[in-house]
Design a protein around this ligand. Structure first.
Ligand SMILES: [Cu+2]
Length: 182
């Protein structure tokens, strides 16, 4: 009889503490923001699509480029400051990297990274890309990517060495996706 009483007490204690935990430590999970954009190549035509899914604390980029979109091999990709891909020869209108903190470029740079830095993606032998990379740069919020002038995801011709300035030797801009603020 005594052991049964102890068991009941223990079960009640567990139920009580788990209920308390749920009330005090588990905030409502905000729905992530999902934004989609077409990727334009240097010929001014669509070469793929990119989805950015995120919150104030993270952005997940899923990039899908069609066969023939880019040269096979590794390519640097970055968040650039402005949602403007209107000059496909150079994509200069997308401006420099998102970089509120004035950090040096490069995930491996001791004075970096800047907010536009991302992992490289690999294009298969047919020039297609299917990749998902993440960033601690928020998609929304006060310093989020989707600010008044939006942002662009830019694909470079060469891989990013993640260290050297200004863009890790990533070379020309060969793709651009404009994410306008809604
Ligand atoms: Cu770039």
């Amino acid at each position: 009889m005594r052991s049964r009483t102890l068991l009941v007490s223990a079960v009640l204690a567990v139920v009580g503490s788990s209920t308390g935990f749920a009330q005090s430590a588990a905030p409502a999970t905000p729905a992530p923001t999902v934004a989609k954009a077409e990727v334009i190549g240097n010929a001014g035509k669509p070469i793929g699509a990119v989805t950015a899914t995120g919150t104030e604390r993270v952005t997940i980029v899923r990039l899908m480029l069609a066969p023939g979109a880019v040269q096979p091999g590794w390519h640097g990709i970055h968040f650039h400051a402005v949602a403007d891909c209107s000059d496909p020869e150079k994509f200069a209108a997308s401006k420099a990297h998102v970089n509120h903190g004035g950090k040096a470029h490069g995930l491996l740079n001791p004075n970096g990274p800047d907010e536009g830095d991302l992992a490289n993606v690999f294009a298969a032998a047919d020039g297609s890309v299917n990749a998902e990379v993440t960033s601690p740069t928020g998609l929304v919020g006060p310093k989020g990517l989707l600010d008044a002038d939006g942002f662009a995801l830019v694909i470079h011709a060469s891989p990013d060495d993640h260290t050297s300035q200004p863009i890790g030797g990533a070379g020309a801009r060969v793709g651009c996706a404009a994410f306008k603020a809604s």
